[in-house]
Write a new protein. Structure first.
Length: 138
């Protein structure tokens, strides 16, 4: 499939454009996300490395000058206090990873697993037309 090859090239190029300190943290986050949820597709959107489940954006790695955020798009729906997420509002939360500190890979994998499990449950609850598995041909 041509799209998959293009996405891999975009992801690789995305890492090439990151400063070294950011690249190191982003690569650690990428490895943790891949380990926890290999079923997620990777792509580059809005200048970030995003992870999709059946076309729905679930997570993103967002680089900044002094840190890298792991954005959790359904973070507000995760149990409060169970994971150290920052942010307010109805949707996204983020885990801030400072460039001069090691990434807690176990914590990231737990966060990713919880977010993906929630996204999978929500995908099953959506009507078939919204899931993309409508077989009626209408």
């Amino acid at each position: 499939m041509r799209q998959a090859v293009r996405s891999k090239a975009l992801v690789s190029a995305w890492f090439d454009f990151q400063p070294l300190a950011v690249k190191g943290v982003a690569e650690q986050l990428q490895q943790a996300v891949r380990a926890a949820a290999p079923e997620l597709a990777e792509s580059v959107k809005w200048g970030n490395l995003v992870y999709l489940l059946d076309g729905l954006v679930v997570l993103a790695i967002a680089p900044f000058k002094a840190h890298v955020n792991l954005q959790v798009f359904n973070g507000a729906q995760l149990p409060p206090g169970s994971l150290p997420l920052e942010g307010t509002g109805r949707g996204p939360r983020h885990l801030r990873c400072k460039l001069n500190q090691p990434v807690d890979l176990v914590q990231v994998e737990m966060l990713v697993s919880a977010s993906v499990a929630l996204a999978q449950r929500q995908a099953l609850e959506r009507p078939p037309r919204m899931r993309g598995d409508d077989t009626t041909g209408a």
